[in-house]
Design a protein around this ligand. Structure first.
Ligand code: EPZ
Length: 428
């Protein structure tokens, strides 16, 4: 099947209203958490993106019944037979490792293929495994798989070296099966962690402190089925906000809690973008010209690494020079060469990108190296003079539901050429 690509003609200011989908980085974990009960779980506002389709396959591979009902997922685990997440699925989406914790909590055993690295970093899972061992699981790794056996998990006090999102989530779910109290210190505080905790509480879990650096779980938790609506995707919302700013337009972004975008909205205002906040929406109005503002990515509530590439595009058309520091992943500047082929003037010094504002970008044929870099290249195409062809858009489809439809609905000249394709996806 011919590779699909986006063809973008720059120069159209985006205007109108757009609704974001459910958060990719929450729904994948809610789907995994459903394994903790035999009863039916209904998840509303689930985005139809490739990563969710892969997680549906992972659950079905375990023997779990999963069906779509519009934008809702009906998950019926029952006494599903398998405890193994195979390599051919995990290699397509490294986040599949998130079934490890729930499998250990529910069945006392699990075998999950070790996820590979990806274009933005090595993506280790040492903190996941160390925490599981502290909870009493016997961990072994052989033939590319993690095997965990835990006839009895026991609550304990875990201190994470780093507030890892995935490690926090896996350990919260594993603690559902642990006797006694588990405390996770230096826990990640992302809104998606809070959404997972809300989901587990709705299933009958006893969890306190989600969203703070210290999470406390009283186990074991007998969990029942539930119904829940996924929070809006703050990274999609942030991406659309930058699209409005960089294209010189004015866009209402619906279905998002502005409180999930605290620092990004502050940074946009510092740059010169007008942002009004409503209860479940943002109004983003482009400024006349933009200032260069330094930023450094950090765990929440710091500036999110998943919006770093998008902000690099906005800073490329600002006046002056800014320094963007990537503190979360070790190689998240891979796409800078592609941006420079579009006329950007960015140089890399270790974890720092020096971004010199340029007058204009020029359309070119470019390749998406990963999900968020691909989205950033779309934004560059919106403002570039002439035509941009973005190849390998399957990366973008992993985390954005029909991004081209949402953007063209706002007046962008963007079309998809070639069908949406099933790809064996690199990891992000
Ligand atoms: C989640 O990845 C998100 N993915 C990422 O979004 C996001 O960038 C990241 O959190 C940070 O916010 C999903 O939720 C599916 P981490 P995760 O564990 O859980 C290192 C996107 O574009 N680390 O907080 O993998 C790790 O290598 C994606 O939507 C260890 O060293 O992030 C990384 O450098 C990209 N050992 C850093 O910590 C571990 O055991 C942050 O990783 C775990 C992590």
């Amino acid at each position: 099947m011919e590779k699909s690509k986006f063809v973008i003609e720059g120069g159209n200011p985006l205007r109108g209203e757009v609704r974001v989908g459910g958060a990719k980085n929450s729904v994948l974990k809610l789907m995994a958490a459903s394994l903790l009960t035999p009863e039916e779980c209904l998840i509303h506002n689930a985005p139809r993106i490739t990563d969710v389709e892969i997680m549906v396959e992972v659950l079905r591979q375990l023997g779990v019944e999963v069906t779509w009902e519009g934008s809702s997922l009906m998950i019926n685990p029952g006494e599903f037979p398998s405890r193994e997440a195979p390599y051919q699925l995990v290699r397509r989406m490294r986040a599949s490792i998130i079934v490890l914790g729930p499998l250990v909590a529910r069945w006392g055993e699990a075998s999950v293929a070790i996820p590979g690295g990806c274009n933005i970093g090595s993506r280790k899972i040492d903190m996941h495994l160390k925490g599981l061992a502290e909870l009493g699981a016997e961990i072994s790794t052989e033939h590319g798989y993690v095997h965990a056996r835990a006839p009895r998990l026991k609550g304990t006090h875990i201190i994470l070296d780093f507030p890892s999102v995935g490690a926090t989530e896996n350990l919260v779910m594993a603690a559902m099966g642990a006797e006694g109290t588990t405390v996770i210190e230096n826990a990640a505080r992302e809104p998606e962690i809070q959404d997972l905790a809300a989901y587990l509480v709705s299933m009958g879990a006893e969890i306190g402190g989600a969203g703070s650096p210290v999470i406390e779980i009283n186990g074991p938790c007998e969990l029942h089925g539930t119904e829940h609506s996924v929070i809006g995707d703050r990274i999609e919302a942030g991406t659309l906000a930058v699209a409005a700013a960089v294209s010189g337009g004015e866009v209402s972004i619906l279905g998002i809690d502005p409180g999930h975008l605290g620092l990004p909205l502050e940074k946009l205002r510092e740059v010169g973008v007008e942002v009004e906040e409503g209860e479940d929406r943002l109004l983003v109005r482009a400024g006349e010209e933009y200032a260069s503002v330094d930023l450094a990515t950090l765990p929440f509530p710091g500036f999110p690494t998943d919006l770093q590439p998008q902000m690099m595009v906005l800073q490329s058309v600002a006046r002056g020079t800014s320094v963007i520091t990537e503190n979360v992943f070790e190689s998240r500047f891979m796409f800078v060469d592609e941006l420079n082929r579009m006329g950007c003037d960015i140089s890399i010094e270790g974890h720092h990108a020096i971004v010199r504002g340029v007058g204009a970008l020029s359309g070119a044929e470019v390749c998406a190296p990963d999900l968020r870099a691909g989205a950033a290249l779309v934004l560059a195409g919106l403002v570039a003079e002439g035509e941009t062809h973005l190849l390998d858009v399957y990366h973008v489809d992993r985390g954005y539901e029909h991004l081209e439809t949402k953007l063209s609905g706002l007046g962008a000249a963007i079309t998809r050429v070639g069908a949406v394709e099933e790809k064996v996806l690199p990891q992000v």
